[in-house]
Design a protein around this ligand. Structure first.
Ligand SMILES: NC(=O)c1ccc[n+]([C@@H]2O[C@H](COP(=O)([O-])OP(=O)(O)OC[C@H]3O[C@@H](n4cnc5c(N)ncnc54)[C@H](O)[C@@H]3O)[C@@H](O)[C@H]2O)c1
Length: 346
């Protein structure tokens, strides 16, 4: 089965389940091993993602343990996967327990990466735009170049940064000792939205939160003054680029390293409300409220991915214009009350 096996950590989550379904779409006979302890994921995401892509039911294997409990070296050596996609993480960005966040998100990375290097298996992992915090580019409302990261505003972003630090260290050590750069690609996901996010509750995207409020007959509630602008990227693009990182895109041998993964454009919260109105053919009423002080200190008012290096290193560029993707996504959500009624909402 070698070459046909994929390991997806966090595969029962929002992005992971979409990734699993896309693997089945591209390689119907592949064997997918999901490592997920279900702390924020659900079997229902895998069911929903496979249904949406029309790829038949999930037919892989689930290891329902924490990535920290798995013995990675024998697991990777035994399964001989074509690639490992590491997406498992605490994704509640408001968790302030620093020990837990760092232990759960960053500690196992060295084991996973070490196992992949030893077996010569490509590793693609999820980093985050949270590694940027509030760089000078934010005040100037300019795209974030890769070098601007490293001063995150919260411990979630810091835990992702630690993975990147370990990645760089491993890459340098290996290059020095064996003359080879290991095939590890880190992707700084920006704000991802799309199908299978409802079960993230209050951690679901702003697009989902606002759509849910409007579909419930409420006003769209935005932090004053609604001009906060983020790089919103559709989940199908995120999956496509994540696969490109493993050589399943334009380049069979992408350049290892860390890259931005966004749409490359910003969408303000007011514009999201407008896109929702467009999808539902209504004029959305907006209610502005003051951001609580407790959030303000950790809040990114502006994010935008500079996608130039992603284009050259991975041969990948975004395909979905965010507002168009939002309109299609929200129009589809409106047809599925069973889905949008699940989100706890903010
Ligand atoms: N959604 C976004 O906008 C976004 C933005 C930046 C980065 N990311 C990153 O992308 C990845 C996927 O995020 P998502 O939005 O799909 O969130 P999600 O919460 O839906 O998915 C995370 C999955 O990982 C699992 N998990 C968490 N810790 C685990 C552990 N220690 N061992 C095993 N399984 C564990 C959860 O049960 C869940 O299924 C995460 O690494 C996240 O930090 C997401």
């Amino acid at each position: 089965m070698a070459g046909n096996v994929f390991i997806v950590t966090g595969g029962a989550g929002f992005i992971g389940s979409n990734l699993v379904a896309e693997l089945y779409r591209r390689q119907p006979d592949c064997h997918v091993v999901v490592v997920d302890d279900f702390r924020s994921g659900s079997f229902a995401n895998l069911v929903e993602a496979c249904e949406r892509k029309g790829v038949g039911p999930f037919r892989g294997e689930i290891i329902p343990d924490s990535v920290s409990d798995l013995n990675w070296q024998p697991a990777v050596a035994g399964l001989e996967p074509r690639a490992v996609f590491h997406l498992a993480a605490i994704t509640d960005t408001t968790v302030h327990d620093q020990q837990k966040m760092i232990r759960d998100n960053a500690e196992s990375f060295a084991d996973i990466a070490g196992a992949c290097i030893e077996s010569d298996v490509p590793l693609v992992y999820a980093s985050s735009a949270a590694t940027y915090g509030t760089p000078p580019q934010a005040a100037r409302r300019q795209p974030f170049p890769l070098e601007a990261a490293g001063a995150p505003d919260n411990v979630y972003g810091f835990s992702k940064w630690l993975m990147e630090v370990e990645h760089r260290r491993l890459a340098q050590t290996n290059a020095r000792e064996s003359g080879k750069t290991p095939w590890i690609v880190g992707l700084r996901y920006f704000n991802v939205f799309g199908p299978c996010e409802a079960r993230k509750g209050r951690m679901a995207s702003m697009v989902f939160q606002l759509a849910r409020q409007v579909l419930n007959g409420q006003k769209a509630r935005l932090f004053r003054d609604g001009t906060q602008a983020r790089d919103q990227v559709y989940v199908d693009d995120v999956v496509d680029c994540t696969l490109a990182g493993a050589g399943m895109g334009e380049k069979a041998r992408p350049e290892p390293g860390v890259y931005n993964l966004g749409s490359g454009v910003t969408t303000s919260f007011l514009e999201i409300a407008g896109a929702i109105g467009g999808a539902l053919s209504i004029s959305v009423e907006v209610e502005l409220f003051d951001m609580p002080e407790s959030i303000r200190a950790f809040y990114q008012d502006f994010t935008c991915a500079d996608m130039s290096r992603t284009r050259t290193g991975l041969g990948w560029s975004p395909r979905h214009e965010p507002k168009e993707a939002m309109r299609a996504y929200v129009a589809d959500l409106a047809e599925r009350p069973r889905i949008w009624k699940q989100g706890a909402g903010a």
